[in-house]
Design a protein around this ligand. Structure first.
Ligand code: G3P
Ligand code: CA
Length: 240
């Protein structure tokens, strides 16, 4: 079972920062997950919410700031004073840092209202220019993003995200050109993992933070868990 660090080492560090990614990589993880959006001037950056309020010392919508402006905010001290000075990373920064690290970048493309084309083309261009196709998995709640990117580059590894199990998941994945399903872990969802996996649809469950849930996923032969606690999960599952 692969272990993917959700927004970096989210439990112990400020999410979606270089500190969070570096910290996650102390452990024998398989990948990191992070969220991507673009600034007003079209630079892909790593942040989860559509506003900067929760995870920086600033206020406002991500889309209203240029890259230069957004870099002035502190993305660490809201979590703990010791992380003061952390910035919102650019996608490019994460790519360069990840080179040679043998981890997969699980990139969640957040919906960018009214700027889909700019977002997806800028993103793909960067992945191609930096020769990252083999090292990334693209996922989104916006399933049209998956189809669009896969049609532009069929070598991209893609996944659709869903909060709950969907009817006919295998056929649906093939229709929208997704190679895998990312699903919020729940008792309801767990009933489907074995079937999906056996039919060739890799399952990566997110929100797996408790050992007992991870154990169940492991027994169901799941492909990956996406967890806030890579330390605890690698300690346990690297020995199984
Ligand atoms: O990997 C899926 C998961 O990250 C989706 O939920 O809200 O954490 O972006 P969220
Ligand atoms: Ca995410």
């Amino acid at each position: 079972m692969k272990i993917i660090a959700h927004r970096g080492n989210k439990r112990y560090t400020p999410e979606n920062t270089m500190a969070a990614f570096q910290s996650a990589c102390q452990y024998p993880i398989d990948g990191i997950e992070f969220d991507l959006q673009i600034t007003k001037d079209g630079i892909p950056i790593v942040i989860h919410d559509e506003k900067i309020d929760r995870t920086t010392n600033g206020k406002g919508f991500v889309r209203t700031f240029t890259f230069r402006e957004i870099r002035k905010f502190d993305a660490g001290s809201w979590f703990n004073k010791s992380f003061q000075g952390e910035k919102i990373p650019s996608f490019e920064e994460v790519i360069l840092w990840s080179k040679g690290k043998n981890i997969t970048l699980h990139i969640e493309l957040k919906h960018q209202k009214g700027r889909n084309n700019q977002f997806l083309h800028t993103f793909l261009e960067m992945v191609e220019d930096y020769k990252m196709i083999e090292s990334v998995v693209i996922s989104s709640f916006n399933h049209s993003y998956i189809t669009y990117l896969k049609e532009l580059n069929s070598s991209l590894s893609t996944a659709f995200i869903t909060k709950t199990p969907i009817f006919g998941a295998i056929k649906y994945a093939s229709k929208i050109k997704a190679d895998a399903i990312h699903i919020r872990n729940s008792y309801q969802a767990m009933r489907f993992y074995r079937t999906w996996m056996s039919k060739g649809l890799p399952v990566r469950a997110y929100n797996v933070h408790r050992i007992k849930d991870a154990m169940k996923c492991h027994r169901l032969n799941i492909d990956s868990i996406i967890t806030n606690d890579p330390k605890k999960m690698t300690e346990i599952f690297r020995h199984l």
